[in-house]
Ligand binder design. Structure first.
Ligand code: THU
Length: 143
């Protein structure tokens, strides 16, 4: 497969965010759950970052698609999330797990939109704050 094959390329600048999540999902390493997830993040700085779940035979070492996309954004030097899309082959639009909700909240505002999707074409849009009411914040560490 060529290095610039769309399935192998991490980011396609002209595609919608959900299309990018759909593409990167194909690269997921999910031999244990057989549940592939793709995530695409548009940063406030205007760039797109993608991630997929990467499982491990030592199960707790696996990482979620959202975590991969967030790590890519931070590693590239961008700082804040403007929009999120996540997709899986689930019967209903796939919601981020609890840990990923906290990870997204670290870099997003409460009203940052997140589109949850299925590979069958169903979508549901919500906001990062709605996914994590009562979230732990830096304010809780104030003396
Ligand atoms: N998974 C994600 O990548 N993101 C989520 O928000 C939900 C769960 C992955 C983790 C694991 O590889 C598989 O889906 C089954 O839980």
């Amino acid at each position: 497969m060529r290095a610039d094959d769309p399935v192998r390329r991490a980011v396609m600048p002209d595609a919608t965010l959900i299309d990018q999540a759909t593409q990167v999902r194909l690269n997921a390493h999910a031999p244990y759950s057989n549940f592939k997830v793709g995530c695409a993040i548009r940063s406030v700085e205007g760039n797109v970052y993608v991630g997929c779940n990467v499982e491990n035979v030592a199960y707790p070492e696996g990482t979620c698609a959202e975590a991969g996309a967030i790590a890519a954004m931070i590693a590239a030097g961008d700082t804040r999330i403007a929009e999120v899309a996540v997709i899986a082959g689930s019967p209903a639009p796939v919601p981020p797990c609890g840990g990923c909700r906290q990870k997204l909240a670290e870099f997003a505002d409460g009203d940052t939109p997140i589109t949850m999707a299925t590979t069958q074409g169903a979508t549901q849009v919500t906001q990062v704050g709605a996914l994590l009411p009562g979230q732990f914040t830096a304010a809780h560490m104030a003396e």
